[in-house]
Design a protein around this ligand. Structure first.
Ligand SMILES: Cc1ncc(COP(=O)(O)O)c(C=O)c1O
Length: 378
């Protein structure tokens, strides 16, 4: 099956119990047993047919063997971190999503999981950070909001040599553009709240592995810690994934036009977008992904100007999150990255006048008119 076909026919595409073409919502907590221990499903934390259908689907589309659905991206990340033990060390991308940074430095540290943050686009920096107790490398590529690129294949080589695990947060690229397991990653995860759901109506997280033992270990953790996705939200995600391909193609088209517009706009200073040939890591991204995605960050003169743009836009909705059919806009210094001290934020390149947009699938003429009006001085 090719990708778009897989989004529709992958996993369990027809309900095995009724033949229903769309997986039904099995809104159930427990199941009748035909004698003690004789059952297909026992209890919905352990297994639910709607969630299972989604889990098989995400495993298929990420070219893995087993998938797991959680109540949020953060629940998925936390479950993956439970694969490790007190005293283990993990190396992570220095500008990971703020919530990931928070759980690693304010929650998991209390259980003595030690994380070092490095610029993972620099292979030598990763190698230098490896300690005898290092167990995994955790990366995002592209990152948020500067869209920095890490070479998945090169890092997977280091991981193999040192017998570590490579974990990739593939939220920004989605399985439509990038399949980290094919490039040597061991675990792929998603905030499915973003492109996979795609309609700003569900909060969810997904994990995929391609190794039986890891699959068993993660199922044990999922069932033990219990942060599972409910059947209604599982169904919404199955529905969202069916149109992932067409949405990503439309988003790509719109995004390239928005980038071109910004490149020629006198009020725009820097643009961060992996599709630009002078973007750091452009060639690496092209070698590991089939598309550039819908995220663009750009700078204007200062925070005041950025706020004025945010106040004037009509179709770009001022909101956290990304990856929806509707275009969204935000100011990282005051929103997603506000908790990072200003000096550290500037060190990372997240300037006060940085604006991040997530391009949706509205008519491109409306989006460009909207930005043109918002960038005007008066
Ligand atoms: C790259 C990335 N990973 C993980 C998360 C966390 O996902 P959730 O908000 O679904 O818990 C986010 C949320 O913005 C994200 O952008």
């Amino acid at each position: 099956m090719r990708k778009k076909t897989k989004f529709i026919h992958g996993g369990i595409s027809r309900d095995p119990y009724t033949g229903a073409v769309s997986t039904p919502i099995y809104q159930v907590s427990t199941y009748k047993q035909d004698g003690v221990g004789n059952f297909k499903y026992e209890y919905s934390r352990t297994g639910n047919p709607t969630r299972e259908s989604l889990e098989k689907l995400i495993a298929d589309i990420e070219n893995g063997s087993r998938g797991f659905a959680f109540g949020s991206g953060m629940a998925a990340i936390t479950a993956v971190m439970h694969l490790f033990s007190a005293g283990d060390h993990i190396i992570a991308t220095d500008d990971v999503y703020g919530g990931t940074f928070r759980v690693m430095t304010k929650v998991l540290n209390r259980f003595h999981l030690d994380v070092t943050f490095v610029d993972t686009s620099d292979l030598q920096a990763i190698k230098n950070a490896i300690k005898p107790n290092t167990k995994a490398i955790y990366i995002e590529t592209p990152t948020n909001p500067l869209l920095k690129i890490t070479d998945i294949k090169a890092v997977s080589q280091v991981v193999k040599e040192k017998e570590l695990k490579l974990i990739v947060d593939n939220t920004f690229s989605t399985p439509y553009w990038q399949n980290p397991l094919d490039l040597g990653a061991n675990i792929v995860l998603h905030s499915a709240t973003k492109y996979l759901g795609g309609h700003s109506d569900v909060v969810a997280g997904l994990v995929v592995v391609n190794n039986d033992q890891l699959g068993e270990d993660l199922h044990f953790i999922q069932n033990s810690t219990g942060g599972v996705l409910g059947p209604q939200d599982s169904w919404l995600l199955i529905r969202g994934i069916k149109t992932l391909g067409v949405r990503m193609e439309e988003i790509e088209k719109n995004t390239l036009e928005v980038v071109q517009f910004l490149q020629h706009h006198p009020k725009v200073e820097k643009i961060y977008f992996p599709g630009l040939s002078d973007h750091f890591g452009h060639d690496i991204h092209r070698s590991q992904a089939d598309g550039f995605g819908g995220m663009i960050s750009f700078t204007v003169e200062n925070q005041e100007k950025a706020l004025s743009v945010l106040n004037k836009v009509k179709y770009f909705t001022l909101a956290e999150s990304l990856g929806a059919v509707e275009s969204l806009i935000s100011i990282p210094s005051l929103m997603t990255h506000a908790s990072i001290p200003r000096d550290r934020r500037l060190e990372l390149g997240i300037e006060d006048g940085l604006i991040r947009i997530s391009v949706g699938i509205e008519d491109i003429e409306d989006l460009l008119e909207d930005l043109e009006n918002a960038l005007k001085d008066e």
